[in-house]
Ligand binder design. Structure first.
Ligand SMILES: Cc1cc2nc3c(=O)[nH]c(=O)nc-3n(C[C@H](O)[C@H](O)[C@H](O)COP(=O)(O)OP(=O)(O)OC[C@H]3O[C@@H](n4cnc5c(N)ncnc54)[C@H](O)[C@@H]3O)c2cc1C
Length: 305
């Protein structure tokens, strides 16, 4: 099948891009890397009357770090984000990117396009939610920031209005005492995940620990749960290894699985199987994240001796 006819514009400024989109009165669509939109057009699942190509818009290809925030512009490719030294400041992003499809599509697909597309099984929305990132949106009324955890409103649905352009993702740089874990299960490498988790742990003095786990592929959007309190109770009075920590968490995670994993079963996996995947992956990745956080703290202490 071929795409239905559409007009194509390629503005060079953000103001023009927003203006072009507004002129279509809801009938236009942004195209960035085209890795998700092109198949959708070819299958005629969408019939926009105009495509607004943002690839020539000045400034949207910037990748920068400033004041503890890594900023990824709307046309930065996933492959560039995977390799540029700037993103070493966001270890969770670098762990997640190799899981996104295949290298060929990451060389065209954009980080921000993946957020705008909002597939419930996509990796990058989960990273953004786990890190409590901010998403910059520009529309006819100017610029606003939306917390990632409020941006995804359902399957393939976001807080973007018809005239909005997602202009950047803002991710917090790694802090002392932080560690991360990321894993997913898919039928074949490069497929969307049946279930996956992103984990962040921050260890403080004594047994204090903050921990967050975000699951994807298990609901209509990424779902996040803070498990710091539970981690602290597991740690009290002991120097647990990552293995012992992971082994100590299944009760907490079974409860979290019941709350977070609400997708209906499908031809690939039942809801029960996805809950089990979540429990196992979350336990393992929180354990690894905790181990990395402790190592990170010890290394920082060694540097100050
Ligand atoms: C074979 C295959 C396997 C894949 N596997 C995975 C996978 O495992 N994990 C995964 O996460 N993804 C996967 N993808 C999707 C891929 O990562 C896409 O690149 C990504 O989802 C969209 O990025 P894009 O830049 O190509 O966006 P496009 O295809 O250009 O756009 C996608 C959607 O987002 C909108 N959009 C894009 N950018 C903006 C913006 N800046 N502002 C407003 N709206 C915007 C478009 O209008 C469109 O609706 C796969 C794709 C293919 C073809």
């Amino acid at each position: 099948m071929k795409a239905a006819p559409f007009a194509y514009v390629r503005p060079s400024s953000l103001a023009d891009a927003v203006g072009e989109l507004a002129r279509t009165d809801g009938g236009g669509k942004v195209i960035a890397g085209g890795q998700s939109l092109t198949p959708v057009l070819a299958m005629r699942l969408a019939r926009p009357d105009t495509l607004v190509d943002i690839n020539a818009v000045e400034g949207l290809d910037e990748l920068s770090v400033d004041d503890g925030v890594v900023r990824i512009g709307a046309t930065v490719r996933q492959r560039r984000a995977e390799r540029d030294p700037i993103t070493c400041a966001v270890p969770l992003l670098r762990m997640a990117l190799p899981w996104v499809g295949h290298r060929e599509l990451r060389s065209r697909g954009t980080v921000c396009g993946s957020l705008a597309h909002a597939d419930p099984a996509a990796e990058l929305p989960a990273v953004a939610c786990c890190l409590d990132a901010q998403i910059t949106v520009t529309g006819p009324d100017g610029e606003r920031r939306v917390p990632a955890r409020a941006f995804f409103t359902g399957a393939m649905t976001t807080a973007l209005g018809a005239d909005d352009i997602l202009t950047a993702l803002r991710l917090p740089a790694v802090q002392p005492g932080e560690g991360f874990g990321f894993a997913e299960i898919a039928r074949r490498h490069g497929d969307f995940a049946l279930a996956g988790v992103a984990a962040r742990v921050r260890v403080g003095e004594g047994s204090r620990a903050e921990a967050t786990v975000t699951a994807f592929g298990v609901s209509d959007r990424p779902v996040t749960r803070d498990v710091g309190g539970e981690l602290a109770s597991v740690l009290t009075g002991s120097a647990d290894t990552a293995e012992r920590l992971a082994a100590a968490l299944p009760d907490t995670l079974a409860e979290a699985a019941g709350q977070l994993v609400d997708t209906d079963g499908d031809v690939h996996a039942s809801r029960g199987y996805r809950r089990r995947l979540f429990r196992v992956l979350a336990g393992r990745e929180l354990g690894k994240a905790y181990d990395r956080a402790r190592r990170n703290t010890e290394e920082a202490a060694d540097e100050h001796r």
